[in-house]
Write a protein that binds this ligand. Structure first.
Ligand SMILES: *Cc1c(COP(=O)(O)O)cnc(C)c1O
Length: 377
């Protein structure tokens, strides 16, 4: 059986967890948390990083930091995971869902301007499959209308965007804020886990306070203040050192993990090129400004019937592909709140996209051999 995902362990995770436990400091913001945060700041150019218990929590921190109030509007793609929207719904925001591009599930930047109103507070681009959204276009619109950009970079670790200035920037370093995930289905994992990257320095001080339950505890431990107390709203967003120790073992192997995943991705693309053309199935496309980080390899079928048949045939042969998402604008929860706009591309990806197995120890040829015998008329 070839599963869809299999968490990869580098071998050092339990050693570092044991070290954290023996050190006697297992709550958050200790040695391993700081090592991880510094690693990200140094290697990816994020101004300030705070580990979080999940990407969902990092997005909730972002919504608090932007001071989202009831009735504020937040624009995001409909083709995304629920957490992108929930974080802002929890603050009372009205979500305005945008369609995907024709060539990619990412948000269609050309529709953005028409969705902006005087109440628009933020845009949340999602770098689907770790492939960059058109960030120059999005940042220009945001600047023009004085709104914030929060990158949902859950899938986008170690992926890059080259802007019109020719500079290559890590995804998550471009928006005012960005959220990453270390859930076991992502490239770099800690079971559950995430991180908030803060690129606009105005948010750093308050982010630490929100992170530490609304107290200025971080400043106290640095010796910046004499006493710590309740200074703002907040929650318990920081993970324990046990999680951070696990994550550190992964980060030490980031290059090795990434090389392997990217080689699987390239293998899939090469092996399936002719087959996909023959069956009129689309393979993932990379805009010229984007890189591939080996997070996900997907196919876009012609219609839902073809996808169901393809999934059924692969399952019969012991391979477990998966599909997602139901467009959020037509979800059970949100449908009553959605306006009448039809989001054609988002619905097409919801019906036609299927993700192939992708994990470190995968042998992609075992999947492609089975796909090449797929029958469809
Ligand atoms: C995985 C994912 C999340 C949620 O991440 P968690 O760490 O599980 O909270 C949010 N957005 C997107 C696009 C994701 O892929």
């Amino acid at each position: 059986m070839i599963p869809f995902n299999k968490p990869f362990l580098t071998g050092k995770e339990t050693q570092y967890i044991e070290d954290a436990v023996k050190s006697g400091k297992i709550s958050g913001n200790g040695k391993y948390t700081q090592k991880c945060q510094e690693f990200f700041e140094k290697n990816f150019g994020f101004k300030k990083c705070l580990l979080a218990t999940s990407c969902t929590d990092a997005l909730e921190m972002a919504a608090i930091l932007l001071d989202i109030q009831p009735g504020d509007e937040v624009i995001m793609p409909s083709f995304t995971f629920v957490s992108t929207a929930n974080a802002f719904v929890l603050r009372g925001a009205k979500i305005v869902f945008a369609d995907s591009r024709k060539d990619h599930p990412n948000i269609d930047e050309e529709t953005l301007e028409s969705l902006i109103t005087p109440r628009t507070k933020a845009i949340v681009p999602v770098h689907y499959a770790g492939v960059a959204c058109n960030m120059d276009a999005i940042m220009d619109i945001a600047e023009k209308h004085q709104i914030f950009v929060v990158e949902d970079a859950a899938q986008a670790i170690d992926s890059y965007y080259t802007g019109r200035d020719g500079k290559k920037r890590a995804l998550g370093s471009i928006g005012h804020l960005a959220a990453f995930s270390f859930h076991e289905t992502k490239n770099i994992i800690s079971g559950e886990g995430g991180m908030l990257a803060i690129n606009d320095a105005r948010f750093i001080e308050r982010a630490e306070i929100i992170w530490e339950k609304g107290t200025n505890r971080s400043a106290f431990f640095r010796g910046d203040v004499d006493k710590y107390g309740w200074v703002d709203i907040g929650s318990s967003f920081l993970p324990s050192e046990i999680i951070a120790a696990f994550l550190w073992a992964q980060l030490e192997n980031l290059e090795k993990i990434q090389e392997k995943r990217k080689s699987h991705w390239l293998f899939y693309r090469e092996a399936l090129k002719d087959w996909a053309a023959e069956h009129k199935i689309e393979l993932p496309q990379l805009p010229e400004y984007a890189t591939n980080n080996g997070h996900m390899f997907y196919l876009v079928c012609q219609n839902i019937q073809q996808r169901s048949r393809l999934i059924a045939q692969l399952r019969d042969k012991g391979v477990h592909p998966v599909f997602h998402y139901i467009s959020l604008h037509s979800s059970q929860f949100f449908e009553p709140f959605h306006d009448s706009r039809v989001l054609t591309e988002s619905d097409r990806f919801a019906d036609c996209l299927v993700r192939l197995p992708m994990y470190y120890e995968l042998e992609p040829q075992q999947v492609t051999d089975k796909l090449l015998t797929y029958e469809y008329s």
